[in-house]
Design a protein around this ligand. Structure first.
Ligand SMILES: CC(C)(COP(=O)(O)OP(=O)(O)OC[C@H]1O[C@@H](n2cnc3c(N)ncnc32)[C@H](O)[C@@H]1OP(=O)(O)O)[C@@H](O)C(=O)NCCC(=O)NCCS
Length: 112
């Protein structure tokens, strides 16, 4: 497959509370969230093994964070991949809230 990152598209799937990245019309990865008031808590990122290491997660997370910020949401990076992405991409710092024990407990409850 040639240059999947360039041909990939990202969209929000509100019914599933996630953003997906598609390659050739197929879902290749997701970043999942739950909304907590004006906070969007990102808790899991996953890319199919077939597409690993090609920058798809980075592209997906960048677009998900940009769109969420545009929707007025604060970003809460529970997912370690999103947290690592935010350390490297400091332009989202002003839209980011820390992961607190209260958020962690709330997330456990809504995902149970
Ligand atoms: C983590 C995952 C989403 C990365 O997908 P990918 O499309 O291969 O990632 P990209 O090519 O965009 O980025 C690779 C970068 O992610 C980093 N990375 C890989 N796994 C990571 C993790 N668990 N946490 C933080 N960073 C990670 C790599 O070190 C690499 O960094 P670099 O660009 O500075 O070298 C994918 O490997 C996956 O689905 N893993 C299983 C689920 C998982 O562990 N999810 C993360 C925690 S929720």
């Amino acid at each position: 497959m040639s240059q999947p990152t360039n041909s990939a598209t990202v969209q929000q799937v509100e019914a599933e509370q996630l953003y997906e990245i598609q390659v050739d019309g197929r879902r290749a990865g997701v970043v999942a969230y739950r909304d907590h008031g004006d906070q969007r808590v990102f808790y899991h990122t996953e890319v199919d093994d077939a597409y690993a290491g090609q920058g798809l997660a980075s592209r997906l997370v960048r677009e998900a964070l940009t769109e969420s910020r545009g929707q007025g949401k604060r970003i809460v990076p529970v997912c370690p991949y999103v947290a690592a992405f935010l350390k490297k991409n400091t332009e989202f710092a002003e839209a980011t809230d820390p992961v607190t024990p209260e958020i962690s407990r709330w997330l456990d409850t809504v995902l149970a």
